[in-house]
Design a protein around this ligand. Structure first.
Ligand code: URP
Ligand code: ZN
Ligand code: ZN
Length: 467
């Protein structure tokens, strides 16, 4: 099968060129001028005149079909990857939750079963790790060397659920220095937060806004500084997930200035929403209960600057939706509201409209943040995250002029609310291709459930370290 994408502007993390692109079966095979005259047989042509052709989005932070907060996240691998594709994302990396005290391998098997035969786009896995025992370290080696699971998320938050003590975090960091894996950290001081939560509840402060008040930016900054210090001592790289606050970013910046391989991501919700959302009437604030919580407008500006200056390397979504009914589990106690919000479909839309169109990000930097940097960071590059012969034909034909009104009535996630309800964005995908197969065209699903495959990932790309 040969598909010619012609007359488009090809945009990568480094280059912009008016060129045609030929897809043969699952791969990009040729890039050049006037390919129609040079290629013998073309089965399908896509006219990309006036459009931008980019490598498909890569979302390295999703929670599909995840048991959490007394329930299970609303999107599974079918609805979640379908929503991702509609938003121009062609590969995700989802977090495995292994059984508490059980083998990591058991979690891996469970996640393979959850995803197999369901996904519309390719997917990889990170492994969540709690207490680090000798057996855990041996399992981490096996995951990196043989299973294609090369990154591990540890938490300084959620005591009794996910929290690892500093010794466990340090042991994991030392091991990844040796086996080539990457530690990802959820950095909030969970035990101090618990004291604030208990105090708030004892005072009768049960509404959603107290979720944010009991998780102050200082406690994210403290944990961020601490885990970076542990990584620096271990001589290992570190990646801080869902960074939200200026004070936390200062630790990443200072570490990078010292030459420490410290990396961080933020998420659209921290760029576009603020703590004001917790004031929504009724129980509306529950829609935004996530950890870390939404911050102040001044933090948003610091995050945008961080994205521009490469203090932040990736924008992911932390997609972890719960229905409005499930959010009601915390109607009388904010600490029981399941933590998380939807985002898998909106990442490219929001950051193009609010980043590229406003001049905060160049088109090339946007592609780097959406696709190339996550591919390099998580061992998917150059198979994914690039427009080059031999790469997977995971592509998006992006229409910079298409407008879209965001709404739960029209999004493709199974969740029943939209955090950006009614917002209008300019710039949206027109064609989304996963390994040579058109999965979404003109807002219609053309892909097949089960087309998406597990991708074995490699190590953090060495050139990522010299960014
Ligand atoms: O509130 C959030 N972020 N839910 C998902 C779990 C996590 O900590 O990433
Ligand atoms: Zn987290
Ligand atoms: Zn998360």
């Amino acid at each position: 099968m040969r598909t010619l994408i012609e007359h488009g502007t090809l945009v990568t993390a480094t280059d912009t060129a008016l060129a045609d692109l030929l897809v043969e079966d699952e791969k990009i095979s040729l890039i050049g001028a006037n390919l129609r005259a040079k290629v013998e047989r073309i089965d399908q042509a896509i006219d990309a005149k006036g459009k931008v052709v980019i490598p498909g989005g890569i979302d390295v932070h999703t929670h599909l079909d995840m048991p959490f907060g007394g329930t299970v996240s609303t999107d599974d691998f079918e609805t979640g990857t379908r929503a991702a594709a509609f938003g121009g994302t062609t590969c995700i990396v989802d977090f495995i939750v292994p059984p508490s005290g059980g083998a990591l391998r058991e979690g891996l098997d469970t996640w393979h079963r959850k995803a197999e035969g369901k996904a519309y786009i390719d997917y990889g896995f990170h492994m969540i790790v709690r207490a680090v025992k000798d057996e855990t370290l041996r399992e981490m080696d096996d995951l990196v060397r043989h299973q294609g699971v090369t990154s591990f998320k540890l938490f300084t938050a959620y005591p009794g659920v996910f929290l690892s003590d500093d010794a466990s975090i340090f042991k994991a960091l030392v091991r990844t220095r040796e086996n080539g894996g990457l530690v990802m950290m959820h950095a909030e001081n969970g035990t101090a937060i618990d004291v604030l939560v208990q105090r708030a509840l004892a005072q009768g402060n049960t509404a959603p806004r107290y979720h944010a008040e009991t998780r102050p930016a200082e406690l994210e900054a403290e944990a961020t500084g601490r885990v970076i210090a542990l990584a620096e001592t271990a001589g290992a790289p570190i990646y801080v997930v869902h960074l939200t606050a200026k004070k936390a970013l200062e630790h990443v910046r200072a570490a990078r200035d010292r030459g420490v391989p410290a990396f961080a991501e933020t998420c659209p919700q921290y760029l576009f929403l603020s703590s004001e959302s917790y004031e929504e009437p009724g129980f509306g604030g529950a829609k935004y209960v996530m950890s870390p919580p939404l911050r102040e407008k001044s933090d948003q500006e610091a995050l945008w600057r961080g994205l521009k200056n490469d203090e932040l390397q990736v924008v992911s979504t932390d997609h972890c939706p719960f229905t409005l009914q499930e959010k009601r589990l915390g109607e009388h106690d904010f600490s029981k509201i399941p933590n998380g919000a939807p985002g898998i479909e909106y990442r490219l839309l929001l950051t193009y409209d609010g980043g590229v169109r406003t001049g905060r990000l160049s088109l090339n930097r946007w592609v780097q943040l959406m696709s190339t940097a996550p591919a390099k960071m998580f061992g998917l590059y150059p198979r994914k995250g690039s427009l080059s012969p031999g790469a997977d034909a995971d592509l998006v034909v992006w229409n910079p002029e298409k407008t879209l009104t965001m709404s739960a009535a029209t999004h493709h996630s199974a969740v029943d609310y939209h955090p950006y309800e009614g917002c209008v964005v300019e710039g949206a995908p027109e064609v989304v291709m996963s390994r040579g197969k058109v999965v979404v065209r003109d807002d219609r699903l053309t892909g097949e459930k089960g087309h998406g495959r597990f991708v074995k990932r490699g190590e953090l790309q060495s050139n990522a370290l010299s960014w």
